[in-house]
Design a protein around this ligand. Sequence first.
Ligand SMILES: [Zn+2]
Length: 316
Amino acid sequence: MNVDVYYVPIRIRALRFASVYVLKTGRHSYLVDSGMDNSALTFLEQNGVDFSEIDAVILTHMHIDHIGGSKSIQDKYGIPVFIDERDREKVISIQNDIPGFMRSSKIFLSEMGVPAETTETMGDNHPLATELKNYEHVDLENFSKMPNSLNDLDFFHVPGHSPGSTCFLPKNSDIIFTGDHILEKITPNISYYDSSEDMLGEYLESLRMTKVLQKNTAFPGHGSPFTGIEERIKAIIKHHENRINEISEIIGPDQLSAYNVAKLMKWSKGRTMESMNIMEQNFAVGEAIAHLRYMENQGFVKSNLRNGIRLYSNAI
Ligand SMILES: [Zn+2]
């Protein structure tokens, strides 16, 4: 078995590269993830990837920096592309109705306490809408549903970072392709995908299940392969426990919206909500929502709707 690593440039400043892999098991070859857009194909060709050898493109999750190059690869080489069904449906439903998605996001974020002056800007030129346009060239209708295994590869579902995040496990090996489920240097972003899912709850469960696999080397969606997966998982779980304690202290005896909780949370590099741009604010509120929803599910906080805004208070 052999794995080649390609650091494909992407237009996300905080990350700069996505890690794309060619996995050769001896009998089959796979491309793991595909970069952000069509330029990934050129980059991979120029760096010596022989696409005539690739049996399948397998995608770890729906985010554009992982799936964006796959359509051009499929079009040029006719290679089948596999993605988990939960992620596939999510992207297709958004793609089919971007204005509708923006409208429902606006309603949801208002309920989460995001001020009207922010939600009112959520039209066609909003950064979130522009972000969604990145998906326009990716045609997920032609992607195949991910089976539980393919030839000499097992698929391991790890919902959390996205609803359909998937790890790839070559049979009889001690390596795991983690996508953005586990990264070495960054805590994977956990947010919300609709008004009911508990993504953090799903994520923590996925982390515990991944730990049980006891794999040795992780091949992540960003950065270089690394060992010490168990320690890394423990550190990520600890990070979320700290976040939960922090939020519970922030709420104290009060009733706060998710937006006001996010404003009081500590953000890296001393940033404040006031100093963040719209997309960063969106990430911050998303993180607060994911934690509050988990805490509510666990019975640590309760919420009620007052004047259209959901207010959270400590339950214990
Ligand atoms: Zn990513």
